[in-house]
Write a protein that binds this ligand. Structure first.
Ligand SMILES: [Zn+2]
Length: 289
């Protein structure tokens, strides 16, 4: 069996004797494609890897069709860093700012930074939470946030190195099997302490079933079927054309005075779309301006 057989797949699992669930993912090709879209240096590559793993484990539990978007903004070296993952496992992302920023704690790459977590169902109301970046590690920023907002203890472990990243999340569920508060707390602390024994390399390198066995072999763990994650951008020629058509008419005219074709690049995946004046004019709705 190849060593990385579980890469680019995310797994849900459940502790059968506790009200605690988990998610895990290792990203390999997906991350390589994500960081290849722009000339990112080590600081952004590492942070994109962590954002991607976190976004996948958060989105893995969506009970509806939609997206999870994790976005960081700051007035420091990285002005924007964003990763989006759909309930189908389509992931894309982008970073802006000093693309060559060196590796460092998230709070120095995003000083005075704010993370926004958006959960966007295809139908229904979107949810948005805002988190101040006050810790050195993204995993700790997210753990604090989930604990405060969901009121269910939640903990993240994230790991990244060149071309690979991985995430593990544990979350307490509402009381169901275990009624005793002390026992609930004891189970939670025990499982977190077991997960804390894992090294960052182990999280990336160990096959999911082996990792779950290694960490939690005294527990009954039910693992669900994996979900495949792929790097995929849903940009299209039509959407780019619509965006171009939204420009004021005089700007469109100016654009085509300078050149015969206008090229629109998607920052998320690097695809380019080329348009001639005819494309923009055809079937444009008459405006009322
Ligand atoms: Zn794209």
């Amino acid at each position: 069996m190849p060593k990385h057989s579980t890469n680019d797949e995310s797994y849900r699992f459940l502790f059968e004797d506790a009200d605690i669930r988990g998610e895990t993912v290792v990203l390999d090709n997906v991350l390589k494609e994500l960081v290849a879209t722009n000339a990112y240096g080590p600081g952004i590559q590492k942070l994109l890897g962590e954002f991607a793993a976190a976004t996948v484990v958060i989105s893995n539990n969506l009970k509806f069709d939609g997206h999870v978007v994790l976005q960081g903004r700051s007035d420091g070296p990285i002005s924007l860093l964003m990763v989006e993952c759909s309930s189908d496992g389509d992931l894309r992302g982008i970073a802006r700012g000093d693309l060559k920023a060196p590796e460092g704690p998230i709070k120095s790459l995003l000083p005075n930074g704010v993370l926004t977590l958006t959960i966007e169902p295809e139908v229904g109301q979107r949810y948005q939470g805002i988190i101040a970046v006050q810790r050195d590690e993204l995993a700790d920023v997210l753990s604090d946030y989930f604990e405060q907002s969901e009121q269910l203890a939640t903990k993240f472990w994230l790991s990244t190195r060149a071309g690979s990243s991985a995430g593990l999340m544990l979350q307490q569920l509402p009381e169901q099997l275990v009624k005793d508060e002390d026992e609930r707390l004891d189970q939670w602390q025990t499982l977190c302490a077991l997960a804390d024994t894992m090294t960052p390399d182990e999280l990336i390198d160990t096959d999911t079933d082996q990792l779950l066995f290694k960490l939690f072999n005294e527990w009954n763990v039910k693992r669900f079927e994996p979900k495949h994650i792929r790097f995929y951008c849903n940009c299209s020629r039509d959407r780019s054309l619509n965006a171009l058509r939204l420009l004021p008419k005089h700007e469109i005219t100016e654009l085509f005075e300078e050149q015969q074709t206008v090229t629109m690049n998607c920052e998320m995946c690097g695809d380019s779309y080329h348009f001639a004046r005819n494309d923009v004019d055809q079937s444009t709705e008459p405006t009322i301006h």
